[in-house]
Every structure is written in C-alpha cells, then in structure tokens.
Ligand binder design. Structure first.
Ligand code: OAA
Ligand code: MG
Length: 598
C-alpha cells in the first residue's frame, strides 16, 4: 500500500510543487498566506505589491490585532465567525493566535460555541473546508477524496451528523464538528494543518425542520437505510486506506444505531477509533479515578449511576471498568456490580419489560427485585434506590440533576462525585455552580463543556473539564508516529492512565481532576509517548522508533507542528538560489499535489 502511494507521487518532487505556486496564489492559499507579514521583497518577487497595505508586520502584531477584534465582539458565535474566517484565509495565524490564547479560544472553536455553529451552519456558511461525501457519490468516493489533492493525510475526523454533541440529528451541519475537532488536532496535538481532513458523510437527515430550512446545505433526503449507509462507509474506509495509508480515522458523533456496529466492523481492519465511545471513555475514566482518590472512599465501595445509555455512557463504563481492573486489581465482574445505567425508561435491568439494545445488555442489572424492574422509572426513583456515590450525566437532555438529588447524596456521602458531561453547556445535567451550592462545596465536579468558577461560603470552586479533547489529539498523534495497523483498546487505556497521572500534586492542592487546559500540548505529547510505548510493547508499531522515553519525547516534540510562517526561501524560489534549502515538512505547507486554483 505504502509503495503504491509512493509511486503515485514519485514524479512530483517537492520543488516542482513549489514552482506551481505562484504570485497571488500565495495570498489566496490559506496555508501559504501570511497577509501583512509578507516582506516588501517577497511582495515584489511574487508580483503582489500593492495588493496588501504598505505596512509589513510580524506575526505577533497580527495576533494582537485579531485578539483585539476578538474582544470587541460580544457574542460567542460572532467570535466563532471571526476565527473561521481566519482559519480559512490564514491558517498559520489562526493557530498562532489559538496557541497564545488557548483557554479563551477553545470555548469558541469547540464546545459550547461549536454546537451553535453547527445548528446555524447553513446561515453562517462562507467557505468550504473539508470534504462532503454524498450517498449519491457511491462508486466514486475515492476520486471525490482525491479531489482534495492532498499528498498525505494524518488525521480524518468523519461524522454523518446524526448525533451532534447532545443536539441530535443535524445532518450536513455536522461538518462544523469535524472542522472543530480537526482544529484541536492541530492546536492540541500538533498535527500539521495541511494533514488533517474534516469529512461529512451526507446520507440525509431525519431532522424535518432542517430539511425545510431554505438555508440548509445538505441533501434534503431522509437518512438512507442501513445497507446503503454501510456501503458508503465501507467504500469510504477502503478509499481512505488506499489514498492515505498513514491516516488515522476518528469517528465522531454517529448515532447509537450505527456507532457500535461501525466500531466492530472497522476497528480490526483500519486504523480508526470512535471518539464518543473510546475518547470520552478514556477522559472520563481518568477524571473519575482522580475523583475517587479525592472522595476518600475505597474504589470497591462506590456506586456509580450513569444517566444516559448511549455511545458515551457505554464507552465510559467500559473505560472505568478497564482502568479499575488495571489500576486497582479488581475484577470486571466486581466493577459491573457497582454500575447502574439509567435510560429513558428508567433503570436498565435484565428483567425489565421490552428488549434491551445490544450495548446495554452487558451493563444491565441482574439483581433488580421483580417488583422494581419496571417501577424505577425516573432518575429520582433510581437515585433513592441506588444511593449513588457518583452521578455521571451523559444523557444529552439538559438539567436533570436536581437540588433534591444533590442534597440527598450529601446525606450518605461526604464527597459526592457529580459529572454533568453532556455538551454543549445547555445540555449539561446540572450547572457546576448548583452542584457546589447544593452540596455546600462538597461535590467533586467535572463537566463536558467549560463553566465558570463559583464561590460558596467565601471559597472559590473550579469545575474540571472532562472533555475528550484531552485524549484524542494525543492518541491520534501517537498513532500517526507509530502507525499501528489498528487502534486496540489498550492504547486508550494507557492514554487514560497517563492523563490521570499528569495531574500529580494539583489533585489534592487544587482539587482538580485534569491538567490545566492551557497545557493541552504537553498533555498530548505525553499521551502520544504513552501510546507509542504501548504500541512497542504490543509489537504493533510499524515504524522505526527509539526505545528510550527521552528519545521518544524528543521525537514526538519534533513532529509537532508549530505555527510559524515558512521562511523567506519558500516564497523567494528562483530569486536567491543560494538561500534555498531543501524544504522540510513545514516548508511545503499546502500539502497539496497541485497549485491552488485562483
Ligand atoms: O465534542 C465534545 O465536546 C465532546 C464530544 O465528543 C461530544 O459531546 O460528542
Ligand atoms: Mg462527539
């Protein structure tokens, strides 16, 4: 496979690629554009003098300008638009700004604002970014993908828009989530921006209001039947492997009726994983293990109630089980006894009326008394029955963890663990501020989306953010370096373990369950190293890698993209031959085979 793709590009030297990019193309291509940072000499050489204002600025001048524009805007969605415009016109500056102000920018390009951006995708649309695969392209998906003219792709984030965050079926608008996650791969994981590819598989939507929205940009058809869905997905996966054998495919926000089966179908054949099942599982289990340490109750004495029984819930309980088995040496069977799932019908029990979906069966309770099996319907009913020490919200329906529930938990539990994990913020099961207030500051809280601090009795409480963005960039980075043929669950378990350990002494001193978000790059680097080491241990790494952890860390560090403009030699080709060096990965920033069209 590798050989074929090599031969396909063998005639294209990097220098000839550069020669195809000329003049105004450098301004129009988002990867090569540097706006006012073009020197006068470069402008002259490229024939673009006068097409930019006379001032020549540094990238930090440009960052300052965008940062003040960003702060002039009140509405998060307008900030999102500003940043999308920048991503699509000057990608280097977008990431340079993002890295400088990570904490402020993440809630805009990612949850919660990305949810609103998806809901309004058609209304906000200005430029394309990524690939749309319509079900009508069946038989031609490989050539549609090849239209990107990408020589190499490290990461693909693909959705069919059927379960976007906790917002449900958003059809083709789901492209916003693929774009957002790809941005995090670059910002957090240091993947080169030209080597990420957001993909939207447009197999229709069952969201009637979208279908009749004049601004909707997707196919106005109902979702196709399973047979057609899998035919499209099969062709997509095979085409990706053929075109870009080194790519990692991340499945994102596929609805429950497909996401589990897709994983079974593809995870032993392709280098892929599901972010909502495995990424969310890894991040929540990491935070949960830290929460247990703070809660001062032995792991075996916890009762874990999970509200919601979809992809994320199933992934989370699986991951908590895997991590507990490996960290505390307890058995899977014992963990199972501590887990209670609640879905829209109430407590998930084997003796409940009606058939349980496959993914719920292994977590269904076997011990529910017959008179209770169909009676424990509401969350409050189940809470009273279980007396949970930990309450995890993954239901995507908004505030359901009431004052009554929180206060009840404090009657038998000194530090209740309360995780409102659904995204965006409007779908969170409880506001962290309420969890702190109602528990009198006792609750240990992690939310999926970012929330502000709260003061209770003069003390400031800061909720941790248990979002899969701590996991997927590092897992993706590690896999693009070690290139295992597939991504076994062990890689997610080591990622989770490494994340737990990275909190260190801040766990006690700051009561925080995760490392600070502005350290996301360092987190991803460490997770990538852990993933690579696990690939080596399992004998599935297919690249030549050093053995020592220090050398591995250096290797990962070198591979991480830094948002800097290509140096002058890149733009001055043909003028100052002596200054030309052979281009490194970043000196071929477009990552395309052909020059961009004007
Ligand atoms: O995107 C996020 O913030 C986390 C996630 O995968 C989801 O909620 O589906
Ligand atoms: Mg998701």
């Amino acid at each position: 496979m590798l050989r074929r793709s090599f031969l396909r590009y063998a005639g294209e030297t990097r220098q000839s690629l550069q020669q195809q990019l000329r003049g105004v193309d450098f301004l129009k291509n988002r990867f090569t554009n540097k706006g006012t940072a073009f020197t006068l000499e470069e402008r002259d050489h490229l024939g673009v003098t006068g097409l930019l204002p006379p001032a020549v600025e540094s990238i930090s001048d440009q960052i300052d300008r965008y940062w003040s524009q960003f702060n002039l805007l009140d509405q998060p969605i307008n900030k999102y638009q500003l940043l999308r415009g920048l991503l699509d016109t000057n990608t280097t500056l977008y990431y340079a700004l993002g890295l400088k102000y990570v904490k402020d920018i993440l809630p805009i390009i990612y949850t919660p604002t990305v949810g609103e951006a998806c809901q309004k995708y058609g209304a906000l649309y200005q430029r394309d970014n990524g690939v749309y695969i319509s079900s009508t392209y069946a038989g031609q998906i490989r050539s549609v993908l090849a239209n990107t003219r990408k020589r190499a792709v490290d990461i693909i984030v693909v959705t069919d828009g059927s379960r976007i965050l906790g917002l449900g079926d958003l059809g083709a608008n789901g492209m916003g989530i693929s774009i957002g996650k790809c941005s995090l791969y670059v910002l957090g994981g240091g993947i080169s921006p030209s080597r990420v590819l957001p993909v939207m598989i447009d197999v229709g939507t069952n969201n009637e209001s979208l279908k009749s929205d004049p601004l909707y940009l997707g196919n106005r058809i109902s979702r196709v039947a399973d047979e057609e869905f899998y035919a499209v997905m099969d062709e997509f996966m095979a085409s990706v492997k053929d075109l870009w054998p080194e790519a990692v495919v991340q499945f994102e926000d596929f609805s429950n009726n497909h996401c589990f089966d897709m994983l079974t179908r593809y995870q032993e054949k392709y280098r892929c994983f599901n972010d909502d099942i495995q990424g969310t599982g890894a991040v929540v289990s990491a935070g949960f293990i830290n929460a247990i340490a703070l809660a001062n109750l032995p792991p075996k004495d916890h009762r874990l109630l999970v509200f919601g029984a979809g992809s994320a819930a199933a992934g989370v309980v699986q991951a908590i089980s895997d991590l507990s088995v490996s960290k505390f040496g307890i058995t899977k069977e014992d963990v199972k006894k501590q887990v209670y799932l609640v879905d829209s019908q109430g407590l998930v029990s084997n003796n409940r009326e009606g058939r349980l979906q496959k993914h719920k069966v292994q977590w269904a309770r076997d011990d529910t008394p017959a008179d209770k099996a169909n009676a424990l319907k509401s969350l409050w009913d189940v809470v009273q029955y279980v007396k949970p020490t930990a309450l995890l919200g993954l239901g995507g329906v908004g505030p359901v963890f009431t004052e009554e529930i929180v206060k009840f938990m404090t009657t038998y539990c000194s530090r209740p663990i309360i995780f409102p994990l659904s995204n965006p913020s409007s779908k969170a099961e409880i506001l962290p501020s309420d969890a702190y207030k109602w528990s009198n500051g006792k609750a240990i809280v992690a939310s999926g989306s970012p929330f502000p601090d709260t003061t209770v009795n003069g003390k400031v409480y800061r909720p941790s953010q248990g979002n899969n963005m701590y996991i997927f960039p590092g897992v993706g980075l590690g896999c693009t370096i070690a290139l295992p043929a597939t991504i076994p669950q062990e890689l997610l378990v080591v990622a989770s373990k490494r994340l737990t350990d990275m909190v260190g002494s801040a766990l006690e001193s700051q009561q925080t369950l995760y490392p600070p978000i502005n350290e996301i790059r360092n987190v991803s680097k460490n997770i990538a190293v852990a993933v690579i080491q696990e690939c080596q241990r399992l004998g599935i790494a297919t690249t030549k890698l050093p053995d020592s952890p220090q050398e591995l860390m250096k290797l990962v560090d070198r591979r991480m993209y830094a948002p800097k403009y290509p140096d002058e030699a890149y733009y001055m080709k043909g003028k100052r031959k002596s200054a030309l060096r052979s281009p490194t990965r970043h000196h071929n920033p477009t990552g395309t085979v052909e020059a961009p069209k004007q």
